[in-house]
Design a protein around this ligand. Structure first.
Ligand code: ACO
Length: 400
């Protein structure tokens, strides 16, 4: 690793690196990925162990504080989060400005940024106390906002949070409960939802996290920085891939299912087609994304619990994966399933509509964005982010 800053100070030389293929924009002690091994660690703990032994609240605490909580710390953290699950009643009027068929990510981008208008007591990103309370507020309110966006789209009444439920259970109730009846949280679905949250909680310097860091580096408030992350996540090359992956499976199914996989793969290999195998490939993983393995496991559990073991879409996804993993095109480029390949199938089985998948991702990633923002601001070397450019335009000229 070359610290190019010294070279820049001495010679004015800087690097040209579109897409940040080989530029580390920060040091970080939060998440480690070994792309060749297909390993993911949060604060040193393997994702498989966290998914097995911890829940999302433990994971949030870990990402924010560097250590897993003891029982008292966990109880205190959960208590603080649950005290902030409601949003200001004004939020629903803000929501009403949107068309009912608005994409939930458009709604979320607005609502999350809009939170800064309600918390004038915590908008100073350089103040650790402001950052701390904003973190709790954001983690607590994201499920409420995502569920509100969903209910609004359906024209159903919003469900207020119920704080004696788990984080995942409360979210499921706000999504699928109605004021007319008691909502019973299915423990298998609750566990699956919690696991989805854990698997999406952080992933080092991806596009949305880098966006949050860059946005926060200007000294903007934490809500605005997280809203920028939500906006970036929306794209199909990033968080929007789960939605795109499921739509791709639907398309293949419509065209004839498993028998049409060969034709689809042919299209993917044709560079002029513009078709990609969504949910495949990753900038860092050149091996199986460990989250995809865990997601496939969760898929099995959820589908079994719902009596959907023979789900044709899951069968199609597995057949597609098998064919792709044996195909020279994917093998030579080290393209493997990423987290988005199976997450859509799990979410669909839970009853989450396709256009809300990326909203769920944003909900879960909020803690990672905040942890990264905190780390950046606490770093004594922190400066406003300001990439350089290679100017290739016209030389100086005079207006005629
Ligand atoms: N389908 C077909 N070909 C692919 C795919 C894919 N999904 N992904 C990469 N390739 C090909 C590229 O065309 C390129 O081929 P070439 O060498 O012949 O030009 C080669 O593999 C290398 O790919 P790049 O695009 O250079 O890799 P990059 O690191 O820039 O892109 C990305 C990574 C954006 C994730 C890409 O793999 C992709 O678009 N995948 C599909 C979308 C997706 O699943 N995104 C989710 C990522 S995970 C997340 O954000 C949670």
């Amino acid at each position: 690793v070359i610290d190019i800053r010294k070279l820049y100070a001495q010679t004015g030389m800087f690097t040209y690196d579109p897409g940040f293929m080989s530029t580390a924009a920060c040091q970080s002690a939060i998440t480690y990925i070994d792309g060749d091994k297909g390993e993911l660690l949060y604060r040193g703990y393997p994702i498989e162990q966290l998914a097995q032994k911890c829940n999302y609240m433990d994971t949030c605490y870990l990402l924010l504080n560097g250590e897993l909580p003891n029982a008292a710390q966990k109880a205190d953290f959960e208590d603080r989060v649950t005290k902030h699950t409601m949003v200001n009643e004004q939020m629903q009027f803000f929501l009403r400005g949107f068309r009912r068929d608005a994409h939930p990510m458009a709604v979320l981008t607005g609502l999350v940024g809009g939170l800064s208008a309600f918390y004038h007591d915590s908008t100073d990103i350089n103040n650790p106390e402001h950052r701390e309370i904003s973190a709790i507020r954001l983690i607590a309110k994201m499920p409420t906002l995502v569920a509100m966006a969903y209910k609004y789209g359906k024209g159903e009444p919003y469900m207020y949070p119920q704080n004696n439920l788990s984080y995942a259970g409360n979210f499921l109730r706000m999504m699928f409960g109605t004021p007319c009846e008691d909502y019973k949280v299915n423990p298998v679905i609750e566990k699956a939802m919690d696991r989805i949250f854990i698997l999406h909680a952080d992933h080092e310097q991806n596009a949305s996290t880098s966006t949050v860091r860059l946005c926060g580096s200007s000294g903007t408030n934490p809500f605005a920085a997280i809203a920028a992350g939500v906006a970036c996540l929306w794209g199909p090359a990033h968080g929007g891939a789960n939605e795109a992956a499921l739509n791709m499976l639907y398309d293949i199914q419509k065209q004839g299912g498993v028998e049409k996989i060969g034709e689809f793969i042919k299209q993917v290999k044709d560079k002029n087609s513009g078709v990609k195998l969504m949910g495949f490939g990753h900038r860092v993983y050149k091996n199986y994304d460990p989250r995809a393995k865990l997601m496939q496991e969760t898929c099995n559990e959820v589908l079994a619990a719902m009596g959907l073991e023979k789900d044709p879409l899951f069968a199609l996804a597995k057949a597609l994966e098998k064919i792709a993993l044996e195909d020279e095109y994917f093998v030579s480029r080290k393209l493997y399933p990423n987290v988005d390949f199976y997450s859509g199938i799990v979410q669909r089985a839970i009853g989450i509509p396709v256009n809300l998948f990326t909203g769920i991702f944003a909900l879960a990633r909020t803690v990672g964005w905040i942890a990264q923002l905190n780390e950046m601001i606490a770093d004594p070397e922190y400066k406003i982010g300001r990439p350089r450019q290679l100017y290739v335009g016209s030389p100086r000229r005079d207006v005629p």
